[in-house]
Design a protein around this ligand. Sequence first.
Ligand SMILES: Cc1cc2nc3c(=O)[nH]c(=O)nc-3n(C[C@H](O)[C@H](O)[C@H](O)COP(=O)(O)OP(=O)(O)OC[C@H]3O[C@@H](n4cnc5c(N)ncnc54)[C@H](O)[C@@H]3O)c2cc1C
Length: 377
Amino acid sequence: MTEHAIRNTSDVIIIGAGVIGCSTAYYLAQLGITDVMVLEQEEVGSGSSGKSAAMLSPHSCDDDWSLRLIRHSYARYMQFEDEVGAPCDFRRIGWLSIADAAGAPELERKIRLLQAHGVPVEVLSPDEIRRYYPEMRTDDLTLGAYTAEDGTLDPHSVMWGYLKRAREKGVRLLRGVRAVGLRVRRGRVEGVETTAGFLAARTVVNAAGPWAPEVGRWAGVELPILNRARCIWVTAPFPFIPFGRPFVDDVGREWYFRPEGPGLLIGMGVVPVDRLDVDLSGQLLPEMIEIAVHRLPVLERASILTSWTGIRPLTPDGLPILGPVPSLDGFLLNVGWGGMGLMQAPVAGLLAAEYVAFGRPITFPDATALELARFGI
Ligand SMILES: Cc1cc2nc3c(=O)[nH]c(=O)nc-3n(C[C@H](O)[C@H](O)[C@H](O)COP(=O)(O)OP(=O)(O)OC[C@H]3O[C@@H](n4cnc5c(N)ncnc54)[C@H](O)[C@@H]3O)c2cc1C
C-alpha cells in the first residue's frame, strides 16, 4: 500500500521498515535530510522487530561497546515522548540473571562489566534470588544479579513514533514494495530496482535485518551475518506469577521469561537457519517445557496461548555492522543488530544518519570500529 504517489528519485532510500530503518529515517529528518524513502516489502515491523521480547536492558550487554551504545539509547528512550512526540510505552520491571556453577563465571564477568559502567547491580545468593521469585527452584543455582532500570518497550510504538515524526518532515514510506537489486555505475550506487520499478537515490541504506545478506550480495559483498532463530511462547493467563515481576535470564542456558499481561512470555533458541520463514516453536517446545518446569515447577499448570519464531541477525563478534562499504560509494550498512536491535535503535539510527550527513559518526567518533572493514572485507 502506498500513501504517496511514488516519486522515483530520493536523496536516500532505506531498505527495510524495521526498528532500525524507522530510527534511521527519523534521525535523517532530524538532521535536515528529508528527501528520504523507506522501502518495505511487507508491513512496518513485519520482520524481527515485531517478534522480539521487547526488552530495553543494559543488563543484557556482554561487552563494552554494546553497553556504551545502550547507555546512550537508554537515555534517549527515557525522553522518547518529549523528543519524538509519541510514547514508547516503557515499563520498568527489572532484570534478574541467574546462574548455576557452570554459568557463574559468565555472570561474574557481566557483573564486573555493569559495575565498571556505573550500572547499579545487586549481587544475589540463591536464597536472595527467591526474594524476587519465591516460586523458583534455586537449590542448583550459585549466583544471581538484579538491575532495576531494565524494562519493556512497545516496538510498534517505537517504530510508528519514529515514522510519524519523520513523515511530518517529508520522509516517505512505501509499503508492499520489494527491493530486488541495486543499480550501480562506476563504483557508485544509482538507486534501487524494485517490484514497482527503478527508484533513483544518491544513498542507499541497507536496514534489511535478517535479509541484509541478500541486499549486500547485490553490492557484491558477502556480509558476515549469522541468522539465528529464536522462539517465543506466551502462556494463557497465569495468576501464579504476578505481573510486575522482573525479566529472568538463565545465564548459559539461552532461555528467559517475564510476565506478559496476565500470562508469561518465555523465549528460547539459537538455531542457525537459511530460511527466514521458519516456525520452530513446536520443535523446541519439549525442551523448553523441560527446562522451564525444572526452574519454575508451578509452570506445570500453564498452557500455551500463542507462539512465534523470529530471526536474530547476529555477527561473528556480536557487534552490529554500521557504516560504508568501501567498494561501493553511496551504500551504507545498518545491519547485524542481533538480539539488541530494539534497545539500540536510537543510537543505530543516529549514527547511520551522521554517516549520511557528515560521512562519519559524530556522537561516537570511534564507532568507525563497527564498520565492515573490521572483518577485512
Ligand atoms: C525472539 C526474539 C527476541 C528478541 N528480543 C529482543 C529484545 O528483547 N530486545 C531487543 O532490543 N532486541 C530483541 N531482539 C532483536 C531485535 O528484534 C532485532 O535486533 C531488531 O528487530 C532488528 O531490526 P531490523 O530493523 O534490523 O530488522 P527487521 O525488523 O527484520 O527489519 C528489516 C525489514 O526489512 C524488510 N526488508 C527486507 N528485505 C527487503 C527488501 N528486499 N525490500 C524491502 N524490504 C525488505 C523486512 O520486511 C523487514 O521489515 C529479538 C529478536 C528475536 C527474534
